[in-house]
Design a protein around this ligand. Structure first.
Ligand code: AMP
Length: 136
């Protein structure tokens, strides 16, 4: 995996505002927040995208995420938030080390979403579900 700014943060070569750390996970404030309290939760394992992450790191991140969400809400007073996780440049990933954004939603601040929903076609859905299930 190529070197990223998060590798440097994990090695202590670049400073960050840490909010949580254990042996597998680090959480710190995003340097360009969409709202006050915007926090990043990252595994220490150097995986570029979520599909490349080990089960052990995924479990460790999954255990920590709800705690960080509760803490962000308590600290900011927000009662709504988004958890965003981008994979690949086409999906707006800029730092190629797995990370989860915890973004408080308050008024106009926070994550803006354009959600161009389609409609599930029953015929296509069956074969799609089978294709995904057989790839698991
Ligand atoms: P993404 O587009 O999902 O890859 O988001 C990467 C995030 O990392 C952005 O929200 C950046 O603001 C954030 N970021 C980049 N460099 C740093 C840094 N040195 N400290 C904290 N956050 C950073």
């Amino acid at each position: 995996m190529p070197e990223t700014i998060f590798s440097k943060i994990l090695r202590g070569e670049v400073p960050c505002h840490t909010v949580f750390e254990d042996d597998r996970v680090l959480a710190f404030l995003d340097i360009f927040p969409l709202a006050p309290g915007h926090t990043l939760v990252i595994p220490k394992e150097p995986a570029a995208t979520l599909d490349a992450l080990s089960d052990e790191s995924a479990a460790a991140v999954g255990r920590v995420l709800p705690r960080v969400c509760r803490a962000v809400m308590k600290a900011t007073g927000a009662s709504a938030y988004n958890v965003l996780q981008n994979n690949g440049p086409d999906a707006h990933q800029a730092v190629f080390h797995v990370h989860f954004h915890v973004i408080p939603k308050s008024g106009a601040g926070g994550l803006g979403i354009v959600w161009n929903a389609g409609r599930l076609d029953p015929a296509g859905a069956s074969s799609m579900a089978r294709a995904i299930a057989s790839a698991l």
